[in-house]
Design a binder for this molecule. Structure first.
Ligand code: SF4
Length: 703
């Protein structure tokens, strides 16, 4: 296959985050395959892009990516080039052997929140129909599953935002909890600025004074893990100050009494002691939100990536419900999803407990519907499997997964307790990685399959608003690279299922529409043509003449009685709080120039130059006490591992907390330290905080 130049401009979307900015690709100049142009007519970003999106064509270059399959002939041996027939035969034979020797659940699949809807859908079908395994999950479990669980518990339905981003500038008061869009999705900051220009108030909750916090009317800076108590404390104050909306509570909710009792046990002084947020700031925030005509709460990974993440998000939803700031225009709770297809990736069956259309895999009616679309018996579809971390922790164990097919994920960098996860990956009988680049995880694989990306393929994603959008193929991939759908079709055929796996995206989407019909995430009325004509379509959209649903819950919630449910939640400590041996909090996060594990962005020269490596952010008082100078290498140690990176001294962080970005592998890998303690409902690990000690490397070496 020759690499064709782009003949005309193609409208598509960014390969990275959940904003899914619209962009136009034009024929490139010089060696560049394509050039990124503004697409001002796309409503989400109106032409604006961050540096990640505008530099994305660099990912298409041959010298940064895989251009042919790789095979390892013996454990510990080198990877060598192979042809596709040999690679696919090796994978199929290996999967079949493990399945025969150890049973179908010994074969696992691990997907990603960046995969298109079509890939996520067919990956789930491949696991259940071809492999017969229950063990499929994906890295989205690490991303927003606590918000998803809280959403479903409160509203009966999980869509990141129940309203379009365009509603944000019209709300009276926005509380943004544990999110930093100024660094993670800069074009979205426009909505915050417009909110303030319109007279709305912005409250940011974050242990760090981020670039987003600097835009706020009020910045609350709680201890990591303090946000559940903080939300309860604010609810206490709005109740005490008579700022609740009793008519809304009576007409549209259930469970307020228990929520009220819990909130009353979180009086201001107690909440100040737990969170470190002064009482006067609590009162100011409660008044600002409670008195506003309309209001929104948006959460991101801060409150969600905790062992109490579902309850924490539930507490913030309680605040919205008690003040009547839900179920009406310009009000509501939403989650700022992170990964490019973090929304769609959790709707179509790559999650251990779900079938397409956001159906429960344990619901007999859902199983029957999906089985009919797949042409299999309902009782042949396995039940729920292990969640992401539990699946990774089981790798290579006698009762665990022995062969793993992994696509669109790099857990060697991005999983919690990453040193342990790396050991488990090494213990597999067979590791197969499909990726665009030779990521740190692909380097461990027995077989590496090079796959197409972004501008080289068609496919849909669903952005953080629930807007289904279309990425268009603009250039041919390099010779030797194949699409993941083609790979699944070839493997399915070799494993005895010759039909039902289209290699092209649009036929896969047509099947997905039927599989999702009648489910919560109903795509039945959405087509490629409609998406292109309408700048995306919001689900649910059950019929071709349905307009889509930009705003949810205006009339009723998706619960059986149509009412939103207050969560019965109370403060509890994190799974691991600082102590004598590990006296500081570690919190982790992102930087402007990089995306997720950095597997793509670390290969883009300008992004790498902007942010070449990890660092440890610490307060001047803490640095002074520990004798650490700015730029000096420091060792950060937790009960699980150690990381070394230069100190960055700033008063933007709390003195009891250090921060590390998590985009890098090697000695500075932040996830060597993080705690895999799981939320009991969402099974999301506690990435956002753990206990550490910090010391200069020179001191450590001298001991
Ligand atoms: S990374 Fe996100 S914010 Fe940046 S251009 Fe891409 S979609 Fe837009």
């Amino acid at each position: 296959m020759t690499r064709t130049a782009l003949a005309a401009a193609t409208d598509t979307h960014c390969p990275y985050c959940a904003l899914q900015c619209g962009m136009r690709l034009a024929p490139g100049r010089g060696r560049a395959a394509v050039e990124v142009l503004e697409r001002p007519d796309f409503p989400v970003n109106r032409g604006a892009l961050c540096g990640k999106g505008s530099s994305a064509p660099a990912l298409l270059a041959r010298d940064v990516r895989l251009t042919g399959p790789l095979l390892r002939d013996r454990p510990g041996g080198p990877l060598r080039s192979a042809g596709w027939p040999e690679a696919l035969d090796t994978v199929a034979a290996g999967l079949a052997r493990v399945r025969e020797e150890h049973g179908p659940d010994a074969v696992g699949v691990f997907g990603g929140g960046g995969l298109t809807n079509e890939k996520a859908y067919l990956l789930g079908k491949f696991a259940r129909v071809v492999l017969g395994t229950a063990n499929i999950d994906y890295n989205g479990r690490f991303c927003m599953s606590s918000a998803a669980a809280a959403h479903r518990r409160a509203f009966g339905l999980d869509r990141g935002l129940p309203f379009p981003l365009d509603d944000i500038p019209h709300t009276g008061c926005l509380i943004l909890v544990g999110g930093n869009p100024a660094d993670t999705m800069p074009p979205a900051v426009r909505y915050l600025r417009e909110l303030r220009e319109n007279g709305g108030r912005l409250i940011v909750v974050d242990p760090r004074r981020t670039r987003t916090a600097e835009l706020a009317d009020l910045h609350l800076q709680p201890r990591p893990g303090g946000d559940l108590a903080l939300a309860l404390g604010l609810l206490h104050l709005v109740i005490a100050d008579g700022l609740t909306d009793q008519d809304f509570i009576d007409a549209r909710t259930t469970g307020f009494e228990r929520a009220r009792e819990s909130a009353m046990a979180h009086w201001p002084d107690r909440v100040e002691r737990i969170t470190g947020v002064p009482v006067h700031q609590l009162r100011e925030a409660a008044g600002m939100f409670g008195r506003a005509e309309s209001g929104m709460v948006l959460t991101a990974r801060g409150p969600e990536q905790q062992s109490k993440g579902t309850d924490t998000v539930g507490a913030w939803i309680n605040l919205c419900l008690a003040t009547g700031k839900s179920g009406r225009r310009y009000s509501g709770y939403g989650c700022l999803t992170g990964q490019g297809n973090g929304q769609g990736g959790r709707e179509h069956g790559q999650k251990a407990d779900q079938l397409p259309g956001y159906r429960s895999i344990e619901d007999p009616a859902a199983r029957a519907h999906v089985a009919a679309v797949w042409g299999v018996a309902a009782d042949s579809i396995p039940g729920p499997g292990r969640s992401a971390y539990e699946l990774l922790d089981s790798l290579g164990r006698p009762d665990g997964v022995r062969a793993l097919l992994l696509a669109g994920s790099n857990p060697v960098v991005s999983a919690p307790n990453a040193g342990h996860v790396t050991e488990r990956l090494r213990a597999l009988d067979l590791l197969v990685v499909a990726d665009v680049v030779l990521s740190e995880t692909a380097r461990l694989a027995d077989v590496v399959l090079p796959v197409t990306q972004w501008a080289e393929e068609d496919g849909t994603t669903t952005n953080l608003e629930g807007r289904v959008i279309l990425r268009r193929r603009a250039v041919d991939p390099p010779e030797g690279v194949r699409g993941e759908l083609w790979v699944l079709r070839e493997l399915a055929a070799r494993l005895g299922v010759p039909t039902g796996f289209p290699a092209e995206a649009e036929p896969a989407f047509e099947e997905l529409r039927r599989a999702s019909a009648g489910g919560d995430a109903d795509y039945a009325g959405i087509s490629y043509r409609r998406i292109a004509d309408e700048d995306g379509v919001f689900w649910p959209c059950p019929t071709p003449d349905h307009p889509g649903t930009p705003r949810l819950f205006l009339e009723r919630y998706a619960t059986p009685d149509g009412r939103a449910r207050f969560a019965d939640v109370t403060h509890r400590p994190a799974a691991e709080e600082p102590d004598e041996a590990y006296p500081l909090y570690l919190t982790t996060g992102r930087v402007l120039a990089h995306y997720q594990s950095g597997a793509q962005t670390r290969r883009v020269a300008e992004l790498n130059a902007a942010a070449p490596g990890p660092y440890v952010e610490l307060h001047p008082r803490l640095a002074g006490r520990l004798g650490i100078a700015d730029g000096e290498p420091v060792a950060v140690t937790s009960r699980r591992g150690r990381a070394v990176a230069p100190a960055r001294i700033t008063d933007a962080i709390r003195p009891d907390t250090v921060f590390m970005p998590f985009h890098w592998a090697g000695a500075g890998r932040a996830n060597s330290l993080t705690n895999p303690a799981l939320d009991p409902v969402s099974r999301m690990p506690e990435f956002k905080l753990c206990a550490v000690r910090v010391e200069p490397v020179r001191t450590e070496a001298a001991k």
